[in-house]
Design a protein around this ligand. Structure first.
Ligand SMILES: Cc1ncc(COP(=O)(O)O)c(C=O)c1O
Length: 471
């Protein structure tokens, strides 16, 4: 039996989430090296998708492979709550000292197994520390699939049955089993408040979405609010916040005495040209969640870093959090190796340098293609906005970031799916997130020749989409 035939038979045993089996475009990967994947049918694909922004240092980086081999030869497991080991301590120390600017700013890290769990941990710690029940999130936010994380997710269709109305097992209002109140997301390309940037700023320069966030916090009652949670790169929406936003959110939350949780599952490590996206703006959230790229996704891991005050509060408290795999030796070894490669190869600076060049290339694409209305991003994380009619700005999928195939039905044309399919035919892997946005998130180690080749292919596919304008 060929590998593909084996796969086709075997995959029926796997429950895969997200979409009906027949709609999925499935490819069988048999090997991966650097920025290249090899498929069972022999085709090679250049990975500009970066595996859901997880791929910091490329597939099978030799230093990571060696570290994992060594970890396999060492202690496989040590009970997380009363035994410690060098890898866990080293991973926490590297995160704090090298990536989070030291213990004056972040006191300690708690390891978990995924980004969703990192969100849960942040919500739990914020509520414990403040003794307040509510967390305010944003209407286009995505923070994971577990109950608390899904409750903090603003895009309705990205929440799930754990918190869907009627499925709720524990009724607390507001609480972790009901969606948290939502403030408007700072999506300037399609503002939820119907405003236009930068005209949306008031006389003091405050953004309309920040003022609206203050109204939401006040209407809930500030003394009830433990924290406000953000992402600075909206993964689910594929856009970057306006430059003023992070400092204004920091000032607002400090003024109102509310903690700020920043979800950096996608923003780092190093992806936007700083270790974490918030560092681009000279601000510091009270709680930072991390996942995906911290282990290069070689081993599942998430982490939650907290301010020194929260760390000493937790160190002095009884709190119930038992997680069998917190700081697992293999995961910790993967974190240490990944962060060390980013340091040794100076990948933060590389993301800055390549980011400038990518920005120039995308500006040229936007000028050349009627179907591209703009682009947003930093470092090696970019989104290209697609329109059906450049004059009116009409989109192929009007609901855009709120569009759900489950409730809205399949559109006649889903442009990001169309472009990613055309790219895949030409050997370049992109994965559609928001229907009107093409997202690029290659490994920070991608060869420059490969990167420009990938963007050339994207250029060709956008020409194809130009021909479909108005469809
Ligand atoms: C911003 C953000 N937070 C949290 C998560 C959840 O992470 P995980 O899938 O590892 O649970 C994701 C996943 O895509 C994410 O993009």
């Amino acid at each position: 039996m060929t590998q593909t035939a084996t796969h086709a038979a075997g995959d029926r045993y796997v429950l895969v989430g997200g979409m009906p089996r027949d709609y999925r475009r499935e490819m069988v990967v048999v090997a991966a090296e650097g920025s290249w994947l090899t498929l069972a049918d022999g085709r090679r694909l250049l990975d500009l998708h970066g595996q859901h922004m997880c791929l910091a240092i490329g597939h099978r980086h030799p230093a990571l492979v060696a570290a994992l081999h060594q970890a396999i030869d060492g202690v496989h497991y040590a009970a997380a709550d009363f035994l410690t080991h060098d890898a866990r301590s080293a991973a926490a120390r590297l995160l704090i000292e090298q990536t989070l600017e030291g213990r004056d700013h972040y006191g300690a890290v708690r390891f978990v197994c995924s980004g969703s769990e990192a969100t849960e941990m942040a919500l739990m710690l914020a509520r414990l520390y403040t003794q307040r029940p509510v967390v305010v999130s944003r209407d286009l936010g995505f923070h994971g699939w577990t109950a608390g994380a899904a409750a903090a997710t603003g895009v309705a269709w990205r929440r799930n049955a754990l918190i869907a109305p009627g499925q709720t097992q524990v009724r607390q209002v507001p609480g972790p089993h009901t969606p948290y109140p939502a403030a408007p997301a700072p999506l300037c390309a399609s503002c939820p408040l119907g405003r236009t940037y930068p005209a949306c700023r008031d006389a003091q320069g405050t953004l309309a979405c920040v003022n609206a966030t203050e109204s939401v916090l006040r209407s809930v009652g500030v003394e009830q609010v433990a924290a406000f949670i953000t992402e600075l790169w909206h993964g689910a929406g594929a856009f970057l916040v306006p430059d003023e936003y992070p400092a204004q959110i920091r000032a607002l939350t400090q003024r109102l005495g509310v903690l700020w949780i920043d979800d950096e599952a996608i923003g780092g490590p190093a992806r936007t040209g700083s270790w974490w996206a918030f560092q681009n703006y000279g601000v510091r959230p009270d709680i930072v969640t991390m996942a995906k790229g911290i282990s290069n996704a070689a081993v599942p891991v998430g982490a939650c870093a907290v301010s020194p005050d929260i760390a000493s509060f937790v160190d002095g408290s009884w709190w119930t959090h038992s997680s069998t795999f917190s700081g697992h030796p293999l995961a910790a070894a993967a974190v240490v190796a990944t962060l060390q490669v980013i340091l040794d190869e100076d990948l933060v600076q590389r993301a800055v340098r390549l980011g400038d060049a990518v920005s120039a290339r995308l500006a040229a694409l936007a000028a050349a293609h009627a179907c591209v209305s703009g682009f947003t991003g930093r470092g090696l994380l970019w989104g290209l906005e697609l329109v059906r009619d450049p004059r009116s700005g009409a989109r192929w999928v009007p609901a855009d970031r709120r569009y759900s195939p489950a409730t809205d039905g399949l559109p006649r044309m889903n442009p990001s799916r169309y472009v990613s399919a055309a790219c895949a035919e030409r050997g370049v892997l992109l994965v559609p997130y928001a229907p009107n946005t093409v997202t690029l998130a290659p490994a920070l180690t991608i060869g420059e020749g490969d990167l420009w080749h990938g963007i050339d292919v994207l250029d060709e596919c956008l020409t194809e989409l130009d021909r479909r304008m108005g469809d």
